[in-house]
Design a protein. Structure first.
Length: 279
């Protein structure tokens, strides 16, 4: 087994093009997923590549490098619209996981319970991909294609997450339900982002995780929120319940049954809406 830790992105892409190396970007998901004492085959560690780490801004919006850790995201100086993402960052495992786990790894792991996905969906995030043959971008909603499945092609890695300037408007909140507060796989989680004008909602994004193979936006409910009074979220329960029944496909498992998950999502969304407005 060979261990590669390049400092340049071009070197990493070349190595990945010519080998079958396993990509490592923190390891908090990769290591638990194997039963062996060591990773099989060659390892390509991306954490020494400066171009993949950190948060920057230009006229188009924000770029979050793929190896940026959850701790760094939680501490970053970001607009209120990013609050759901920063709240989620503080609930990704214990502090040790937050210090090593990366946003790119969270997306590539493609778990239905990935904490970072609903907050990024409400930020209209896109995913930057690169290989030795070139680069491309996909909306996050198109990048994760199923349970543990993504649109990554052979030889590609995630290099960054992009949030457009238009998504930095408004206020946001994140809510998560598990058997305990930390170190737990979610029963359900939600993220919301609202844009407000004179006390009424002018734009809305609501996303739910752990209740379908891929985290999902409640687009019908988002439409129902437009024009509503921001300080009366309980008035929208009927529209919320209808959209939950149409768009989510929760399962029965050891953590909760499907009916409980639907009820939990409804309450989490109402609480997140109230929290976002009050912040």
């Amino acid at each position: 087994m060979a261990y590669h830790r390049p400092r340049q992105l071009s070197e990493a892409l070349s190595l990945l093009h010519s080998t079958n190396a396993v990509v490592l970007a923190g390891g908090s998901d990769l290591y638990p997923a194997i039963s062996a004492r060591q990773l099989p085959g060659d390892v390509l560690d991306l954490t020494a590549i400066d171009a993949l780490c950190g948060i920057s801004r230009d006229d188009a919006g924000w770029r979050i490098g793929a190896t940026t850790t959850w701790s760094a995201i939680a501490r970053a100086d970001l607009p209120p619209a990013f609050r759901a993402l920063q709240q989620a960052a503080r609930e990704v495992g214990a502090i040790q996981i937050q210090n090593s786990g990366t946003i790119g790894g969270n997306l590539c792991n493609a778990s239905p319970a990935a904490d970072g996905v609903p907050p990024l969906l409400v930020l209209d995030a896109g995913v930057e991909l690169a290989s030795a043959l070139g680069s491309r971008r996909l909306p996050l909603a198109e990048f994760i294609t199923g349970v543990r499945r993504t649109a990554l092609q052979p030889g590609e890695i995630v290099t960054a997450v992009h949030v457009p300037t238009s998504a930095a408007n408004g206020v946001a909140a994140f809510g998560k339900l598990g058997a305990r507060a930390y170190l737990v796989i979610s029963i359900a989680m939600v993220a919301v982002r609202l844009e407000l004008e004179q006390g009424r909602i002018s734009a809305a994004r609501v996303a739910v995780g752990s209740c379908s193979p891929v985290a999902t936006r409640l687009t019908g409910f988002e439409v129902a929120l437009i024009g509503g009074k921001a300080d009366q979220p309980a008035l929208w329960r009927d529209a919320l319940a209808e959209d939950i029944s149409q768009r989510l496909t929760p399962i029965d498992d050891i953590r909760a049954d499907a009916a409980y998950r639907r009820e939990a999502v409804e309450e989490l969304v109402i609480r997140a809406l109230a929290q976002a407005v009050a912040a």
